[in-house]
Design a protein around this ligand. Structure first.
Ligand code: IFM
Length: 469
C-alpha cells in the first residue's frame, strides 16, 4: 500500500467542543449546498419545461427502483421551511441551482416569468435571514430541446447557456455577489455522455470529449454575460479526486497520471493555464475529441475567475489498464478506510492533499477557493423517537473541516466550506437511496427532521462566530 494511503488512516472522532478544533478566520463562509432537480419537484408547474433528467428518469432501468425527481423534497412549495432550517443552522451562504427549464423552458427564447419569480422570492428571503445566495447556473438539468439539438456536443449550446446566464443575472445580480457557472462538468461528460449512467444517457466513451470543451466554452461565455449584467464574482465548481497510484511501478504511476489528466486537469488547466492537459495516454496523439476547439476559445475559457469551487468526496486508486480496456487506467477499490453508503472511502487527508496540490500546480493562477461540496451518505434511519443519530456524518464533517484547516495552515487560500447537502434528496441514478442531508426527509410525508449532524454543524458555526471553538 502506498505511503499516501497509510497517512490518511487516522482516527478523526473529535467532538466540536475539543479545544484543538481549528478556528477559521472571521468572514469564512459556512454553508450548505443543494441542486434544483434534486430537491425542487414540481416539474410540471408554473410553466417549467422538460429537462434531460425528466426524460432520463423515464428510461426503464436508468434510475434505481424507477424513481424520479417529480416530487423530490417538494422544495418548490416548502422553501420557506427550508430557509427557516438554514437560518436555524446559522449558515452564511447557501449554494443552490437555478433550474434552466424553469426560467427558459425550451432553453432558448422567451423567459418564463414565474420561474424567475420563484428564485427572486427565495433570494430575498435568504438575504432577509442573513444568508448570502450562491447560485449555480447549470447543475445538470439541460432543457430537453437543447439535448435534442445535440446537447453539449453542439457548439450552439454554450451560446444558449450564455443567454440563460444573462436572463438570470439581469433579474438577480443586484443581490448576489458570487455566481457559479457550471457544476462538475467532469461528471456531465463522463457519466452523461461517455458512460450513459446519467442523463442524457449517451455511451460515447472518448467520443464524449467535445462535451467537455463545449461546457468550458459555455462557462467562459456565461461568465462574460454575467459580468455584463453586473455580477462581481464568478466561479465554477469542479469535482476533484486525488489520483493515487496503486504501487510504485511506472505502469501504475502512468495510470494515475492519465486519470489525473482526465479528472483533475481537463477542466482546470484550460481555465487557469489556457490550455488542455497532455492527453497522449488516451491515443490519437492526444487530440482525442478536441478538434472542436476553435480560434479564440481558449482565451474565452481562460478569462480570469474570481474563485474556484472545489467539490471533494474521495481519492481514486489507479493501476495499469487490464487487457481489453480502451482506457489507460484501471480503478481499484481503496482498502483500509471506513466507507459511506455510496462505498466512498472516508479520507479527510485527501482533501488537504487535493488543496495543496492545486496550490502547487497552479501557483499564482489559483484564485481563492471555496469548498462548494463535501459530504457523505449513510443509511440514517430514524430511531423509535424519530431521531437520526448520524455520528458517522459528524465524524466525516469534523475530519474534513480539519483537513481544510490543515490546507489553510499550509498556505492555501480557502474562503468557505459548504456541506452537501442541506436535505436528503434525489441522488441521480441512485434515486432516493443515498441520504446526504443534515436534515432527514421522510419521502412519504416530506417531513423534515434535523439529524444530530445538523446540531453539530450549527454548534460548530456558532462556536466559530463567538471565537470559542
Ligand atoms: O448529489 C451530488 C451532487 O449533485 C453533485 N456532487 C456530488 C453529490 C453527491 O453524489
Amino acid at each position: 500500500m502506498p505511503a499516501d494511503l497509510r497517512a490518511g488512516q487516522r482516527g478523526y472522532h473529535h467532538p466540536v467542543s475539543d479545544s484543538d478544533f481549528p478556528a477559521f478566520p472571521a468572514g469564512f463562509a459556512w454553508g450548505v449546498a443543494t441542486a434544483a432537480y434534486q430537491i425542487e419537484g414540481a416539474v410540471t408547474e408554473d410553466g417549467r419545461g422538460e429537462s434531460v433528467w425528466d426524460t432520463f428518469c423515464r428510461r426503464p432501468g436508468a434510475i434505481r427502483d424507477g424513481q424520479t425527481g417529480d416530487v423530490a423534497d417538494d422544495h418548490y412549495h416548502r422553501w420557506p421551511e427550508d430557509v427557516a432550517l438554514m437560518a436555524a443552522l446559522g449558515i452564511g451562504a447557501y449554494r443552490f441551482s437555478l433550474a434552466w427549464p424553469r426560467i427558459q423552458p425550451t432553453g432558448s427564447g422567451a423567459v418564463n416569468a414565474a420561474g424567475l419569480d420563484f428564485y427572486d422570492r427565495l433570494v430575498d428571503n435568504l438575504i432577509a435571514n442573513g444568508i448570502s445566495p450562491m447560485p449555480t447556473l447549470f447543475h445538470w438539468d439541460l432543457p430537453q430541446p437543447l439535448e435534442d439539438a445535440g446537447g453539449w456536443l453542439s457548439r450552439d449550446t454554450p451560446y444558449r447557456f450564455a443567454e440563460f446566464a444573462s436572463l438570470a443575472a439581469n433579474r438577480l445580480a443586484d443581490r448576489i455577489p458570487l455566481w457559479i457557472t457550471l457544476n462538475e462538468p467532469f461528471v456531465v461528460t463522463t457519466l452523461g455522455y461517455a458512460l450513459g449512467v446519467h442523463a442524457p444517457g449517451r455511451t460515447m466513451m472518448l467520443g464524449a470529449l467535445p462535451a467537455a470543451h463545449h461546457q468550458l466554452l459555455g462557462h467562459g461565455l456565461a461568465m462574460a454575460a454575467l459580468r455584463a449584467a453586473g455580477v462581481r464574482q464568478v466561479a465554477i465548481a469542479n469535482n476533484y479526486s486525488p489520483a493515487w497510484a496503486g504501487s510504485d511501478s511506472p505502469a501504475d504511476a502512468g495510470a494515475a497520471a492519465a486519470y489525473d489528466a482526465l479528472h483533475n486537469r481537463l477542466y482546470t488547466d484550460p481555465l487557469l493555464l489556457g490550455r488542455y492537459p497532455d492527453l497522449a495516454a488516451f491515443g490519437d496523439g492526444g487530440a482525442v475529441g478536441l478538434d472542436c476547439v476553435r480560434d479564440g476559445d481558449m482565451e474565452t475559457i481562460s478569462a480570469p475567475i474570481d474563485a474556484l469551487g472545489v467539490n471533494y468526496y474521495a481519492p481514486t486508486l489507479l493501476s495499469a489498464p487490464q487487457d481489453g480496456t480502451a482506457l489507460p487506467f484501471h480503478i481499484q477499490p481503496i482498502p483500509g478506510y471506513p466507507v459511506t453508503a455510496f462505498s466512498n472511502p472516508v479520507v479527510p487527508a485527501g482533501l488537504t492533499e487535493l488543496l495543496t496540490t492545486l496550490a502547487a500546480r497552479y501557483g499564482s493562477q489559483l484564485p481563492p477557493v471555496y469548498i462548494t461540496e463535501n459530504g457523505c451518505s449513510f443509511a440514517d434511519d430514524p430511531d423509535a423517537a424519530g431521531q437520526v443519530d448520524d455520528q458517522q456524518r459528524i465524524d466525516y464533517l469534523d475530519g474534513h473541516i480539519r483537513a481544510v484547516a490543515d490546507a489553510m495552515a499550509a498556505g492555501v487560500d480557502v474562503r468557505g466550506y459548504l456541506v452537501w447537502s442541506l436535505l436528503d434528496n434525489f441522488e441521480w441514478a441512485e434515486g432516493y437511496h443515498q441520504r446526504f442531508g443534515l436534515v432527514h426527509v421522510d419521502y412519504d410525508t416530506l417531513r423534515r427532521s434535523p439529524k444530530a449532524s445538523f446540531g453539530w454543524y450549527r454548534d460548530m458555526i456558532a462556536a466559530q462566530r463567538h471565537g470559542s471553538s
